[in-house]
Design a protein around this ligand. Structure first.
Ligand SMILES: Nc1ncnc2c1ncn2[C@@H]1O[C@H](COP(=O)(O)OP(=O)(O)OP(=O)(O)O)[C@@H](O)[C@H]1O
Ligand SMILES: [Mg+2]
Length: 454
């Protein structure tokens, strides 16, 4: 349900307008008789759009816009004017208003304007979520000791050009870790190219990785660059490297040793400068012992290993992950962000996520969001199989915070610490990454939570 707030110093006008909006647009409509009252309502209620009078005694529309900015209340505002002074409307747009209308305009036009503004908001949120989905901005959420250790190791291996092997259970975040290593490496400006050997038919793997010349095999009607060439200056991520067919394993080893590649059916050697990251959820030692993975390639890849911990070993990250997944998934669906009741969160923290780790949690959250219209998800929304498998929360060793306030504070603290670590405790950069106004705001939050580098 969309909620619109109409702000006008003439109370009857605001109420009439709200009534008409409800009737024509089908909105939930609230009315405020002045700037201060409007701000109070906005602090309290989830309002989707504000229609704001510019000319008001006391706190006028411009001051309301400035106050919204100062309080970081992000709600789209349409200003309306009865004086026909459009210069003032333009001024309001500069202060962050999204549109303006004349008080005399028919309600249908106003509803169209509101819809336009809401659509723009939804699109902006979706673009942000997609960007995160694409991995260009996806943060590695989690400040548990296990994640802190991983982050520390990542910071060490990222700058060196050698291959890195990323191991961890299915869905634990190996690809996300690979992208983070790329971002922190000297190859960050180049492309990040992921090749999944398990998803490719065996006869295509080599051509995908190393490229081919024209006529190299039936169907090779043109020459084609392989992934090593395409990732030049960047990072090549070999996902599911344990599934690479034997012949491709031999070639891969040669490419890694000689830092050059020969396309199939060709004899030119092409220098390779792509940083290579490889991931697997198999135990490569076992694959080597069983003769399915080349030992020499294993030792070549095994120099630097990043172990991504399973979610059950970092249950204290669940609140922050849930918050992150709720926000990104709702944004992706163009919904207002939902929240989770403490009891439901405890239930998710008691489950072991052995099956698919963070991906499993992500899918559960998505199912919970879709299954109900309510904005606060409760215990009943947690899928039955999770509730069944979760041992009573009293048996978990983790001391779960009790109230929603405590849970939120804990999640917030973890998000801040993780962001700080990602940016080497550079305050200004971290504040920017978190979308805070300035470094002072971050320092204030850090003081509130008692966060310091030690
Ligand atoms: N620490 C994390 N913070 C936020 N999201 C995460 C984290 N770890 C994993 N995810 C999310 O969980 C999902 C699975 O992660 P990813 O694809 O990186 O796992 P994987 O280990 O590569 O899985 P697979 O073994 O199946 O290939 C993705 O949607 C990813 O964004
Ligand atoms: Mg993966």
């Amino acid at each position: 349900m969309t909620t619109v707030l109409v702000v006008d110093d003439v109370a009857v006008l605001a109420e009439q307008y709200a009534y008409d909006l409800k009737r024509v647009g089908g909105y939930e409509a609230l009315a405020a008789g002045g700037g201060r009252e409007a701000l109070d309502i906005l602090e309290r209620e989830a309002v989707d759009c504000v229609i704001l009078d510019l000319e008001m005694p006391g706190m006028d529309g411009f001051e309301v816009l400035r106050a919204l900015e100062r309080r970081a209340l992000r709600v789209p505002v349409i200003v309306y004017t009865g004086t026909g002074n459009y210069d003032r409307c333009i001024q309001a747009i500069r202060l962050g208003a999204q549109g303006f209308i004349d008080k005399a305009e028919p309600m249908e036009r106003v509803v169209r304007e509101v819809e336009g503004v809401l659509e723009r908001e939804r699109l902006a949120a979706q673009v942000a979520a997609l960007r995160r989905d694409l991995g260009t901005e996806a943060p590695l959420v989690g400040a548990s000791p296990a994640m802190a250790k991983l982050t520390e190791r990542m910071a060490r291996v990222a700058p060196v050009p050698s291959p890195v092997l990323i191991v961890g259970e299915s869905g634990s975040g190996k690809e996300l870790v690979a992208r983070e290593v790329h971002r922190r490496s000297g190859a960050a400006r180049g492309p990040f190219l992921a090749i999944n050997s398990a998803a490719l038919p065996a006869e295509l793997v080599e051509s995908e990785l190393f490229g081919h010349e024209r006529g190299a095999f039936t169907g090779a009607v043109t020459a084609r660059k392989g992934a090593f060439e395409a990732a030049a200056g960047g990072t090549l991520f070999l996902d599911e490297v344990g599934d690479l067919p034997p012949a491709a394993q031999a070639k891969l080893l040669r490419v890694l040793e000689q830092r050059q590649v020969t396309r199939l059916g060709g004899n030119r050697t092409i220098a390779v400068d792509a940083r290579v990251l490889a991931a697997t959820n198999r135990e490569l030692e076992k694959e080597v012992a069983a003769g399915r993975f080349r030992e020499d390639l294993f030792y070549r890849l095994n120099v630097h290993v990043l172990q991504v911990p399973p979610l059950r070993e970092r249950i204290s990250d669940v609140p922050a992950l849930v918050e992150h997944l709720l926000a990104t998934t709702c944004a992706r669906f163009g919904m207002r962000p939902k929240t989770l009741e403490p009891a439901a969160l405890e239930c998710l923290m008691a489950y072991d996520w052995r099956h698919n780790n963070v991906r499993e949690l992500r899918n559960v959250i998505e199912r919970m969001i879709i299954a109900t219209d309510r904005e606060v998800l409760s215990m009943e929304d947690v899928p039955q199989e999770i509730r069944d498998h979760a041992p009573g929360p009293q048996r978990t060793t983790y001391q779960a915070p009790r109230t929603l306030q405590e849970l939120k504070a804990e999640a917030e603290r973890q998000i801040i610490v993780a962001a700080l670590e990602r940016h080497d405790w550079h305050i200004t950069r971290t504040a920017q990454a978190l979308g805070l106004a300035d470094h002072a705001s971050l320092l204030k939050i850090m003081r509130r939570f008692g966060i310091s580098r030690e």
